[in-house]
Design a protein around this ligand. Structure first.
Ligand SMILES: [Zn+2]
Length: 206
């Protein structure tokens, strides 16, 4: 905790003063893009995109999962965030960003019975069960490391499909008001690859 307290002191005594005008402006409005990413501490969206406060409306959860529209009937925090971002903030772009060495995807591939003492985690990651089924069907013989990378990328595509199950998202997409993007962040190299629907591959952003 000491490191965090020192950080707060440094922020208030140094960074905040330099950016005072930005923070004053942001106190009453925001025009961000939406980034849905994993809760993993190694994923630092503002750092890797070099963005500032006000630039990213970030939705984080274990495994960057967007529950399908009918999967959680109420108290769906991802849906609540998306409604606010799309219908109130009128965001133009929504990015689903997965990452390498994702613990949630490891859990998903894990033996189901091994998760019985973590019922909340099990229920949550199994929202992505179609990804597990796809991997088991097509990549059963693939080496573990490669299988993990493929799972992480397939999960991004699954969540991009899930987001379209929300009627208000679908309406905004049809009207051309929002655009969806899939990103894959590699923790070890710092690279981000984006999903190109035309080639059906993740390609370098640079
Ligand atoms: Zn993760």
């Amino acid at each position: 905790m000491e490191r965090l307290y020192q950080g707060i002191h440094k922020f208030q005594s140094s960074h905040f003063k330099k950016e005072e005008e930005l923070f004053r402006r942001l106190s009453t409005c925001q025009t961000p893009e939406v980034l849905i990413t994993c809760a993993d501490s190694r994923v630092a969206p503002n750092l890797v995109t070099q963005s500032r406060p006000g630039d990213l409306f970030i939705v984080r959860n274990v495994g960057n999962i967007i529950p399908p529209y009918d999967a959680i009937k109420d108290k769906n925090s991802v849906a609540a965030a998306l409604e606010f971002a799309v219908l109130v903030l009128k965001v133009a772009d929504i990015i689903v960003c997965g990452h390498s060495n994702c613990g949630a995807m490891k859990v998903l591939l894990h033996d189901e019975d091994g998760l019985n003492d973590m019922p909340h985690l099990k229920d949550w990651v199994y929202l992505a069960k179609p990804v597990k089924m796809h991997i088991e069907q097509y990549y059963a013989e693939t080496a573990p490391d490669l299988k993990a990378r493929i799972t992480e990328k397939e999960n991004i595509l699954e969540q991009l499909r899930n987001i379209e199950t929300y009627p208000f998202i679908n309406d905004a997409l049809r009207a051309g008001l929002i655009h969806l993007h899939g990103w894959y962040y590699d923790i070890g190299t710092g690279e981000i690859h984006y999903y190109n629907p035309e080639t059906d591959k993740f390609e370098s952003l640079l």
